[in-house]
Each structure stands twice: as C-alpha cells, then as structure tokens.
Design a protein around this ligand. Sequence first.
Ligand SMILES: [Zn+2]
Length: 271
Amino acid sequence: MFDAHTHLQDSRLTAVFDEVVSRAARAGITGACSCGTAPGDWGATARLARLPLPFPVVPGFGVHPWHAGRLPPDWLACLEGYLAAHPGAAVGEIGLDGVRGDVPSERQEEALVMQLGLAVRLQRPVVTHGARAWERLAEILKPFARELPGVMAHGFGGSAEQLRVFLGMGGFVSVSGSVCNPRAEKIREAARRIPDDRLLVETDTPDLFPPGGEPAGSGGDGKPLNQPSNLARVLTELSALRKVPPETLAVLTRANARRFFYGQTGNERRP
Ligand SMILES: [Zn+2]
C-alpha cells in the first residue's frame, strides 16, 4: 500500500514516530509521501526524508493555504532551495481552502500561483488541497496543468462535475478516510467514479482519523491521531464502494502513486 498523502513530520507524532513507522511497515505500507505545510516544517520534512525507514518516503515542500497569510519575505527562495536539494520531492501541500476563513482568498491564490510557477520551472508534481474551493482551484490549475509532470487532488470532496474537470486536466485523485463516513455522500460518489488509472489513497496522517481505525495516540485537543496503518480502512471502504477486492486496489493505487511521484518509468528518484 502507498499512502499518497501524510504529514509524518508533524510534531504531534514525534513521541510515537518509531511505533507509527513500524506499525505501518507491518500493515503493508511500502511507500508514502509526507508533505510540509509552511517554512517552519520544511526542515523536519527534509530530515524525515533522510531517515533510514523501512519504506521510502517522498517529501513534499510547499505552503498550505492555511499558512499563506503570514510568510517571511524570502519564503519562495527558501522553498526553491529545499526543492533543489531534493530532486525527488513534490511541490505540496499547496492549494485553496474555503473552510477556514482566516486567510484572505487573494493571499491564498497569490501563494498558489507562485508555487505552481516554481513547480513548472523545476518540473515537479504538485499535491493540492481544495477543501470547499475545488472549482476555483481547478480554474487556477488549468493553465499550469499541461506544463506539470503531475497534479494530484488530495482528499477529494468535490462534485461529479468538478471531478470531471480534474480528470480532464490529467489529474490524479486521492481518497482519504473521510470516505468511511456514511454521510459523506459526495466523497463516496467520487470514490466510485475515479477511473482506475487515476485513483490514489491516503490517510492525511495525523489528521482525518477514520472510524474503526487504530489511533496513534491523541493530539492536544484530545482527538485521536491518525497513522498510515489505517490506510487499510480506506481500502476496505473503497473495496465495498467499487466492488473490487482491497488487494487489487492496493496494487493499483501503489502503481499509480509510483507513476505520479516517480515519473512514468516508475524508477525511484532518491528523495
Ligand atoms: Zn494534508
């Protein structure tokens, strides 16, 4: 299983990191991507990518829309430095967020466009976040998409039409543990419709703890922390929705993740 979207460098996991990684390996995780979210966690993401872990972790470097409102003046040069030092890294997590209203959309869009320009110039795949902003995200992505080696919509929760637009740009679409919520009808409908060759799965560790999962401990707010071993829950739910055995989906999504993160040949570039 390849966990296409995590934040394993998150400080909430520091105390349980070794246990989380060995449990992931025992559960059958053979690869993961771990995305930074702001200049403050790029160093930890880079250190994580250098650790001798039981499975390779592709780092992502980027500014999450939640953090686009307060950036140091040299952030873009700093981001380029991390990407240059990690030729196998993706640009992410970047995007737009319509859930939390504390970062003006102009600031979010400005940071997104600058990072997309950098991803085109360095020819890196991009990992995007579009919570309640999928339509605008797709509009901004469109002119960049054909110049990029890959675009992924993480934790997709858009409409059937928005899904069609993402797929039309050649995008990969990743399903998170939110699919386990029986009331998340839009997410479950998208999870049924994503074509086999564009489907990815993720945990978004340490967030989006799925019902029936095994917590990695609890965060400061008392909520259970998610971990990559819970990817099996996502695959079980997807298996019921798509009527395909979970093992088949695990093989398929791993091959897709390798294509997305490592390029068409599937050769693993060292992070
Ligand atoms: Zn995330």
